[in-house]
Design a protein around this ligand. Structure first.
Ligand code: SAM
Length: 415
């Protein structure tokens, strides 16, 4: 069957299967969230998608793209929506603000908070607010308030409530100017962007500050409007490779392009990982230690010549300066402790490639970060996160980093 062929499955059947799959993988953990997913007809909020695609647990449905084809709006993947709704600690009667609309997630929230609750959803795009409002009315959730506006200004008065019990941010956010709308004890779930990394973090408000819980790897469409992420991007190798970094001196695209075609230096770390093993905390460690932290992206269709060999398909860590860069790579290697008589299995060794006049120095730094992470932090649960309004003094961690944003300070501490 092709993706566009009519489905022989009914929406009810697909919805039941989705709830079962989300429960099985642990994304749905409470009966209230299970009931919400079982009741809200997801396909009615994604009419452009074939039924199976609308109910795929892992996949987003893109609802709008910009001129260069990048998604600017989507109905998020069910697994991530379930995780974020569980994290938000919703309850009947709760007042909830959603940033980034689509209608579906707001309907799920409305199911959980019930008639005594309040759901306000904000989106910057009139195309999205129009359809979200229409879909919500058609599916029986007219009580959800849909607001057209920039989330950056939400705390300045157009959202008619203060003291929300929960704020769900469903768009990649570099900052949280709406944080003061959250009641003390309330929960704000936000895919927070720092140093080009995104983690969905649950922030619980304690006084003026917020304690961060359960950072989860995720990807979201980027914030538009006044809260757009400050970042630099260099597209090199005829579009085959992108280098992104949050701050730092201005990237010299011509020099980085030349760096790529000049000779490469490489070093192997002796640090191995199993196939399929996640090493997410390595990214967090490198961004803690190095202000040159960025990401390298390979376009797997355009980079036919394999000019770069990043360790991961998405979000591969790199150190980037105006004319040079180094990034993480992999080669096959035996890993101890495999099943069977051999006592080892085939996995990967982490290595580093460096390019440009400063490539060798960046390579040495990145190599050192990988070795230190492996020795001291690999088995560690990862850093603690806390968020504070920009105007209050923040605790500076012994091992960690403070990210200064426009409205807030994000403190990441390894302890
Ligand atoms: C992933 S979609 C939201 C998904 C939605 N919550 C759902 O039900 O699945 C992200 C949305 O954020 C919106 N957005 C981007 N920048 C924004 C801003 N500054 N203020 C409000 N909304 C914004 C986009 O227009 C887009 O519709």
């Amino acid at each position: 069957m092709t993706a566009d062929a009519p489905s022989s499955e009914t929406p009810d059947r697909l919805r039941a299967d989705m709830v079962a799959a989300l429960t099985e993988r642990g994304s749905i953990r409470s009966p209230e969230i299970a009931t919400a997913f079982a009741r809200v007809p997801r396909e009615r909020f994604a009419p452009e998608a074939p039924l199976e695609a609308a109910y795929s647990v892992q996949d987003v449905v893109v609802t709008k793209r910009d001129d260069v084809g990048r998604a600017t709006s989507s109905i998020s993947a069910p697994w991530l929506q379930a995780e974020m709704l569980e994290a938000a600690g919703l309850f009947p009667g709760a007042k909830v603000l959603e940033i980034g609309s689509g209608g579906y997630n707001a309907a799920l929230i409305a199911e959980v908070v019930g008639p005594a609750g309040l759901v306000v959803t904000v989106d910057i795009d009139p195309f999205i607010t129009e359809r979200a409002g229409r879909f919500l009315a058609e599916t029986g959730y007219p009580q959800v308030t849909v607001v057209l506006g920039d989330a950056e200004d939400a705390a300045d008065g157009y959202v008619p409530v203060e003291g929300f019990d929960a704020i769900l941010v469903t768009v990649g956010a570099w900052d949280c100017p709406w944080g003061r709308l959250l009641a003390v004890g309330g929960r704000m779930v936000v895919p927070l962007v720092f140093g080009t990394i995104t983690r969905s973090i649950t922030f619980v408000r304690e006084g003026d500050g917020f304690v961060g819980l359960d950072p989860t790897v995720c990807g979201f469409v980027a914030m538009q409007g006044a809260g757009v992420h400050p970042h630099q991007e260099a597209v090199v190798a005829d579009g085959g490779v992108r280098l992104t970094i949050e701050g730092g001196p201005e990237l010299d695209v011509g020099a980085l392009d030349r760096a790529l075609t000049s000779s490469r230096v490489e070093a192997w770390t002796g640090v191995t990982v199993r196939r399929g093993e996640s090493f997410d905390s390595l990214n967090l460690w490198i961004v803690t230690m190095d202000e040159s932290f960025g990401m390298i992206w390979r376009d797997w269709e355009r980079d036919g010549g394999r000019v770069v060999e990043p360790a991961t398909r998405w979000y591969c860590p790199a150190l980037i300066t105006p004319d040079s860069f180094a990034y993480l790579t992999l080669r096959e290697a035996p890993v101890d402790g495999g099943a069977g008589e051999r006592g080892w299995e085939l996995g990967w060794e982490l290595g580093v490639h460096g390019h440009g006049p400063g490539g060798a120095e960046l390579m040495r730094r990145l190599h050192g970060h990988v070795r230190t992470w492996d020795r001291d932090w690999r088995g560690h649960p990862g850093p603690d996160f806390a968020l504070y309004p920009a105007e209050v003094a923040v605790p500076v961690p012994a091992v960690g980093r403070v990210f200064a944003k426009r409205h807030t300070r994000l403190v990441m501490a390894w302890a």
